[in-house]
Design a protein around this ligand. Structure first.
Ligand SMILES: Nc1ncnc2c1ncn2[C@@H]1O[C@H](COP(=O)(O)OP(=O)(O)OP(=O)(O)O)[C@@H](O)[C@H]1O
Length: 251
């Protein structure tokens, strides 16, 4: 059973009013209270997230599990600022995601949040190097080319800099996506079934890489998986069912 009081204990008795200051000290990466998400038309809205209370300290590795359709990807979309919650409070890295304008939200996300998805989502007309460089340039980081090269070397792709996505294997494409996501040194990394399109051995190598790069960069990691063995390697296992947190175990 999830006990919000236990997980919000560090925020003290005034956590409802102190949400911004509590995260501004840099120790809480994500603080969500009563988060809801409804999608569809007003007449036919589907309730997808039904009140999520969650506090994630900076640097924690969290595995997010749950049945198909339980709302894992939706929760990740809301926490990463890709989708607006319908209600509740959400503070990510000190920014009030509910109160920000679209532009403000884009600015708050830039360089601070990295996302790795099942289907890689590389730009097909760009080389591996350009895919990573573009992310650095968008984040306003100087020396993008040299940095991008270093990032690709760090994921073992120093010999594939000028290959296009179609010239790379699935595992290699996911390595580029990991380099791209981590290049701006985001405080938060989200991964949605990053091994879903890969064979078992390649998937295991990708998980090792994500965990190693996460440790090197100190990012907070939230990873959606169906793999219980992977979940056991996380510091925390969050299970959701039908849009609610069903269990929350810090290991
Ligand atoms: N635009 C939408 N309009 C209405 N319902 C939606 C919309 N997008 C998603 N849903 C519904 O929201 C629920 C949660 O979807 P979500 O993708 O978050 O689940 P999930 O736990 O990530 O599932 P899976 O493991 O299969 O990827 C599903 O029932 C889905 O059908």
């Amino acid at each position: 059973m999830f006990h919000p009081s236990k997980h919000l204990a560090a925020a003290g008795p005034h956590h409802h009013t102190d949400i911004v200051t509590q995260t501004a000290n840099g120790k809480t990466a994500i603080l969500a209270q009563g988060l809801t998400l409804s999608l569809g038309s007003a007449a036919e809205a589907t309730s997808i997230l039904k009140g999520i209370d969650l506090s994630v300290p900076q640097g924690q590795v969290v595995a997010l599990l749950g049945p198909s359709g339980s709302g894992k990807s939706s929760l990740m979309a809301v926490l990463s600022g890709l989708e607006r919650a319908s209600g509740g409070q959400l503070n990510v890295g000190g920014a009030d995601f509910m109160g920000l304008s679209e532009d403000g939200l884009a600015l708050a996300r830039r360089g601070r949040i990295g996302v790795v998805l099942q289907a890689f989502h590389l730009l097909p007309t760009m080389s591996a190097l350009d895919n990573v460089m573009t992310a650095l340039e968008l984040a306003g980081i100087p020396d993008a080319e040299a940095r991008a090269q270093e990032e690709l070397e760090a994921v073992g792709l120093g010999h594939r800099l000028h290959h296009y996505p179609s010239q790379l294997s699935g595992g290699e494409q996911q390595r580029v996506a990991i380099a791209r996501a981590l290049a701006p040194r985001p405080a938060l990394l989200f991964a949605d079934e990053p091994t879903g399109n890969l064979d078992t051995a390649t998937g295991e190598a990708i998980i090792e890489l994500i965990l190693a790069r996460r440790a090197e960069t100190g990012a907070t990691l939230l990873i959606i998986t169906h793999d219980e063995a992977l979940a056991r390697r996380a510091q925390r296992i969050l299970r959701i069912a039908d849009g609610r947190i069903a269990s929350d175990i810090v290991q």
